[in-house]
Design a protein around this ligand. Sequence first.
Ligand code: ADP
Ligand code: ZN
Ligand code: ZN
Length: 803
Amino acid sequence: MKIARVIVDVPTSQTNRLFDYTIPDKYQDVLTVGMRVIVPFGPRKIMGFVLDITSESKLNKLKNVQDVLDLTPVLTKELLDVGKWLAESTLCFYVSAFQAMLPQVLKAKYDKELWLLAEVEELSPQLESLFAGRGVIPYEEIQEHNVSYSAIQKAVKEGILEIHYQVNSKETKKTETYITNALEEMELEEKYATMPPQAKKQRQIIAFFLEHPGEIKQKELLHRLSTTRASLKPLLDKGVLQTIQREVYRDPYQDREYQPTTPFPLTEEQAAAIDPIHTSISNHTHETFLLHGVTGSGKTEVYLQSIQHVLDKGQEAIVLVPEIALTPQMVERFKGRFGSRVAVLHSALSKGEKFDEWRKVQRKEVQVVVGARSAIFAPFENLGIVIIDEEHESSYKQEDYPRYHARDVAIYRAKHHTCPVVLGSATPTLESYARAQKGVYTLLSLPKRMNNASMPQVERIDMREELHAGNRSMFSRDLFEKMEDRLQKGEQTVLFLNRRGYSTFVMCRDCGHVMECPHCDIALTYHRKSERLKCHYCSYEEAMPTECPSCESDSIRYFGTGTQKIEESLQQLLPEARIIRMDVDTTRRKGSHERLLTKFGNQEADILLGTQMIAKGLDFANVTLVGVLAADAMLHLPDFRSAEKTFQLLTQVSGRAGRHTLPGEVVIQSYTPEHYSIDLASQYDYEAFFLKEMKVRKMFQYPPYYFLTLITVSHGNHLYTMDVTQKMTQFLKEQLSEQSVVLGPSPSPLARIKDRYRYQTMIKYKNEPGLHKAMNRLFQLYEDQINQNDLQISVDFQPYQMM
Ligand code: ADP
Ligand code: ZN
Ligand code: ZN
């Protein structure tokens, strides 16, 4: 008897273990580890992942596996192991970890279909009767017809059949009709000869297939013979020709032509940096490299040539890029070098498109994946390198279950494959740089820009002085003059605004009352188009008030400045300037991001004004001025990394200027320009910033000197939330060793979200071996209240978002 050991899709602590099911005969040859099945669970039938297949069970009455969802495993053995490790190290349920590694399409219950790819003659009698002349049938019919799954599985492997997920009618436009001759050459010639001469078009079509036997896209055929479907149809009806549906991938990049690129001869610095990476690849050893290179120092070329080395060895590569930097420019560099061997995974793709890209990996049709965070789970089986560009980006940390950091997963997988990991950045996280200093990572440096181009000159402007001098505008006099100058010279300017600091909130000038979301404790944002106030955390919105709800004054109006407001005043100041604004509002539509950047790249605008999303990856030759409108906005977030984040951001932004032959200039406007993160960023002194910030971290006991664990409790009842957090804090103090510091309870910076109150407790520790055990006990203690009373307790062992 064969038994499947299954993790079921019921994310609770009681069900977070293996359940045994017998495998019916018909699935015995088919079912392997890593496939999804449907199993009976209590009164329900639910999905589960097969983790193991054995011949024994401790229980003697087992239920049967009901159905098999996959004919090829969706998770490799390695990824199953990664999932177990993820679940245990981040304290999430096994099933959540497995789900996180799969594309959306495989998580939901989509209808499946079997598609016939081959011609009917190639089918076994069994399959022929299953399809019964149809090209597509519902997947369930396999079971109804009692066709063996192994026969289906074999046909899928041979490319005769294919399983299709009905993702969404809008997205399933992904097949193309091909026409091919259905008759042998002799018969075809005979048809041609006996065809009446007035059937000119039909004869022409047959002649075509005599000349070019095989298949051709229907569209192309009709185009080449300048004919219509009407002349084709009789030939199809008579069985002279036949149609085949071929899948086309919904590749959003397929229509673009990529200019093939060849490797540059490396500079001396690049060669020195790539050498240890090549050695690690050649010797098949695991090592983590930290590639610290200023912007424009040629890091990407190092990545590309390392990947080439990996491909030459017949291995595969994963490249992670922050979501925000997954610009067409970035994608182009990888597609340009490796062409169709590259799959791209990012959130702008539809579910179906993502699934297509993922399947290319699964089928070994590509060897390189370029993608955002979750691309780290690409199901490669012969991984030769993992590259994480901009390794300091906080988007590599997932803020939801499982709360993993892509860097940790990368290193875990690379150990399994004994291959190198390359972390690249101009401003590495303090954690990574400290590890490199201790020799845990190998430090590689590219201290100079390509062709010895200098970093742009940075000028800091004190906005307090501007105000004293009577300048109430958003633009300092200096910045304004420089923008005018660029406009005259026909050069381009990038203006950067950190939207968080300049949110468009509504305030009463008389009494200071600020309009807030009644559910979230944050200021509402004024939307000019609709004249409404909206909450950015929940869906709450209301009309713009005409008088202050608190003092009834009519001096209530929006305050602060969003990109739209700046665009308006900029347009007034420089009426002849052509401005492109990039923020969440102007880039919501698919493809608009790319369109706006292309426009700017073609110099159809003089000024690019935008938020975070323009801080990275842009590379335009004609940009000679970068302005940062309020550098200190980020400094005042309730987050111990705010200085580090400010330094990183300013460095990134400055890197946008003068990347080519024209020299660049940067203007940083700030109310506290003397702060060390702004001061040292303006001097490009990473080393000094690192040393200074490390001192601060040590003094206040923060990472990388200490580990942090953040526990957030939330519930709809305020007192209850406080009470639970209080007791929990006490419990942790008792459980943990003396040297751990347990802070709290305190209200979260976002004290209420969607009518749930939020409190937190923070643990600081250097070495706390009992932490996971204590947390598990805590969850046991509150299990009933979590399951029955809607209490939420979340644990983050590596918090990046301190809200
Ligand atoms: P980074 O990734 O460090 O910001 P890039 O890889 O974008 O730097 O390199 C900056 C510029 O220098 C790019 O335009 C790139 O094409 C070019 N470049 C990189 N390496 C070389 C090289 N060895 N020879 C000539 N040009 C190079
Ligand atoms: Zn008021
Ligand atoms: Zn809200």
